[in-house]
Design a protein around this ligand. Structure first.
Ligand SMILES: [Zn+2]
Ligand SMILES: [Zn+2]
Length: 258
């Protein structure tokens, strides 16, 4: 059994055939799904999906760093958690994404992202929830925000794109790293995967985005999780079944899914 630890099944790309997408994933051996939120609306949708598919879909509630300029209120996430905690397994996705920010004028925007990230980390710590973290072109500040906290929460750096040094930093903080379909074509990931201990790995699709080869150009779906596992197994020189077993065990324990 596989788990897709990060997919956006609530997104409109799945409105026409969501039940079939879930059914096809199950046929491929993908039995559980975590649907993180990116804002209040999608966090609510994630909870609704979890209510409709008990023990199968689990929700994350969070504000993506792209939301930071609207100065969202993290208390709203707490209100969701208060009322729907049995469907919620994580805070996220949250983090830092500087990909579109260049130059001096970006400084204020970066500060807003850092503040929003920190508030969500504190929420996770307070309620002993794992965090689903997003980090793009921002690893230095990312670890600075984490290290400024009284305690490091448990969690995963989803869609890991960092280098060897970032991997060591993640390892020192007991984080997991999520690997996606871009492992089938990214030269960078092919180089970094052999250095990631299997004990740190989680599988995710980030569907509808990041479709693996040879399906690039089409919508991504959780049914491609075994393709990602196979590629990791090849790069690490271990059996695919070992990747399946370890990543599923880690996902179940990190997110406490029952
Ligand atoms: Zn993300
Ligand atoms: Zn995502």
């Amino acid at each position: 059994m596989y788990i897709d630890t990060h997919c956006h099944l609530n997104f409109p790309q799945f409105d026409a055939d969501r039940a079939m997408v879930i059914g096809n994933a199950k046929k491929a051996g993908v039995k559980k799904f975590i649907n993180p939120g990116v804002d209040l609306f999608s966090s609510r949708q994630a909870i609704e999906l979890a209510q409709k598919h008990p023990k199968t879909i689990f929700a994350g509630v969070g504000f993506h760093p792209y939301e930071a300029q609207q100065l969202p209120n993290v208390n709203e996430l707490y209100n969701l958690y208060k009322n729907y905690n049995r469907y919620i397994v994580a805070v996220g996705e949250c983090g830092l994404d500087y990909h579109q920010y260049k130059g001096e004028e970006a400084a204020g925007k970066k500060t807003n992202q850092q503040r929003l990230f920190e508030e969500q980390l504190r929420l996770a710590l307070k309620h002993n929830l794992p965090v689903i973290m997003h980090c793009r072109d921002a690893y230095e500040d990312f670890f600075d925000v984490l290290d400024s906290l009284p305690q490091i929460p448990k969690g995963v750096i989803h869609c890991f794109s960092g280098g060897r040094q970032d991997l060591r930093m993640a390892q020192a903080r007991n984080f997991f790293v999520g690997i996606d379909g871009n492992v089938t074509y990214s030269k960078h990931l092919a180089m970094i995967i052999p250095h990631i201990p299997l004990s740190m790995l989680l599988l995710e699709t980030d569907a509808p985005f990041l479709t693996p080869a040879p399906h690039r150009g089409q919508r991504n779906e959780p049914k491609y999780i075994p393709t990602i596992a196979k590629m990791i197994a090849e790069l690490q020189g271990v059996p695919s079944a070992e990747v399946e077993h370890q990543t599923t065990t880690h996902a179940l324990s990190l997110f406490g899914m029952v």
